[in-house]
Design a protein around this ligand. Structure first.
Ligand SMILES: Nc1ncnc2c1ncn2[C@@H]1O[C@H](COP(=O)(O)OP(=O)(O)O)[C@@H](O)[C@H]1O
Ligand SMILES: [Mg+2]
Length: 397
């Protein structure tokens, strides 16, 4: 069937009820955890991913193996779904637009278009007066070097497309570093960001429905090493004034984007008082995995509610919870680490993503822990992780 002009018309106030089929573009761990939540609410799940062995595979009624740029496949996929969402930003906007011909797509193609490219995203944020650190766009080794020089060769170079977990990024500390980054990136577009002295990293998850209902989670405090999130805790143990400011920024962005869906706003706290937006992700986020235990409504259930246009769930913190990521570095030729050492700690849980091949820096799963305070939750989950690293040599956290 060839798509006609906008065959699907959104019907507001018409929730998509359990028993319906939800389509998730992308079959990674975020899709997998959304599928688990969908299953518990009685939805059927289809997914589309180029990898037939992707983490979602055991949880879906149907897995379509196709490229994220195959818009015909995305259109056919959407014809079998009552609503479609994404779990990764790499979906081509042409695929999302094609899917939108047949089913509501949340978040929509306009939001994906804004966030998909780092320079475009920063431009959009700047135009809407959201606070950003100093940055410049570059599209050649010469302009990259010029931008790095303007920041005193103390900056980050990030590819505009496809970067995640610190991939396609370079930490520049010298002229030579800038030259090397320029040679690697060639004429690919990048952003060059001044290196910031960060007091803390935090994120805010927002869910917003088409008719404007909004739920803003309490901020999460996040700790990264070498560009990868290592641990995160909800609620962030930061001053109340900062938390309110962070939530206001996140709300403002969701509203300015006319968001229908989930959005995570990553932020830097600099000089202990000023918040800058780092980047946006229109989907569930690693830093909110602890919401499964910390909050009345997990980010995955909230994703379903918003996709299905159901009333949003409470974001109240029931009990502080933290997570620590389990990277492939913990696996060795004998297989996974001895999880029982971590599970022996009361309140610690194990989440694995069913990934077939462990690789260094690859997220294989996470540990989570509940405690009376955020600080104690971090301490507990890090201790659980420590018990695993003791067997696997040193992994910096
Ligand atoms: N301008 C910066 N100044 C200081 N640290 C930064 C800067 N940009 C990135 N980082 C560090 O690198 C991490 C990953 O960068 P980010 O832009 O969020 O990329 P990704 O898309 O891989 O998550 C950040 O969470 C932060 O710890
Ligand atoms: Mg990031």
């Amino acid at each position: 069937m060839t798509p006609g002009p906008q065959r699907f018309k959104p019907r507001h106030g018409n929730p998509i009820l359990p028993g319906s089929t939800l389509g998730i573009l992308g079959g990674g761990q975020l899709g997998r955890m959304m599928a688990l939540a969908a299953r518990s609410m009685g939805y059927r799940v289809h997914s589309l991913d180029p990898d037939p062995h992707c983490p979602i595979r055991a949880l879906v009624d149907r897995l379509v193996t196709a490229s994220f740029t195959d818009s015909q496949a995305a259109g056919r996929f959407a014809q079998e779904c009552a609503a479609v969402t994404i779990e990764i930003e790499k979906i081509a906007t042409s695929s999302l637009a094609q899917a939108a011909q047949y089913a509501p797509v949340r978040p929509g193609v306009e939001v994906l278009f804004v966030v998909q490219d780092r320079a475009r995203q920063k431009d959009w944020l700047a135009r809407h007066a959201f606070p950003l650190g100093d940055w410049k766009a570059a599209e050649s080794p010469e302009t990259l070097r010029g931008a790095a020089a303007a920041f005193g060769f103390d900056c980050y170079v990030k590819s505009c497309q496809d970067g995640y977990d610190g991939r396609c990024q370079f930490r520049i500390r010298s002229q030579a570093d800038a030259g090397a980054a320029g040679s690697t990136m060639g004429d690919r577009p990048v952003v060059v960001e001044k290196a910031l002295e960060i007091t803390a990293e935090l994120s805010v998850l927002v869910a917003r429905r088409s008719m404007g209902q909004i739920a803003i989670y309490p901020p999460a405090l996040n700790h990264h090493v070498e560009g990868i999130l290592r641990w995160a805790v909800i609620p962030a143990p930061l001053p109340q004034g900062i938390l309110v400011q962070a939530q206001d920024i996140a709300r403002g962005i969701a509203e300015a984007l006319a968001l229908e869906g989930l959005l995570t706003v990553e932020m830097f706290l600099v000089h202990g008082e000023r918040l800058l937006v780092n980047e946006l992700a229109p989907r569930p986020h690693n830093s909110y995995h602890a919401s499964e235990q910390a909050c009345a409504t997990s980010q995955f259930e909230q994703a379903l509610r918003v996709i299905c246009d159901l009333p949003l769930g409470s974001v109240e913190v029931v009990r502080p919870a933290a997570i620590v990521n389990l990277l492939g570095d913990l696996w060795d030729h004998n297989g996974p680490p001895q999880f029982s050492a971590a599970l022996d700690l009361p309140g610690v849980r194990l989440h694995l993503y069913d990934k077939q091949i462990p690789r260094p820096r690859r997220k294989m799963g996470h540990l989570s822990a509940l405690a009376q305070t955020p600080e104690k939750a971090i301490e507990k989950v890090r201790e659980a992780h420590q018990r695993l690293t003791q067997q696997a040599g040193n992994v910096e956290y």
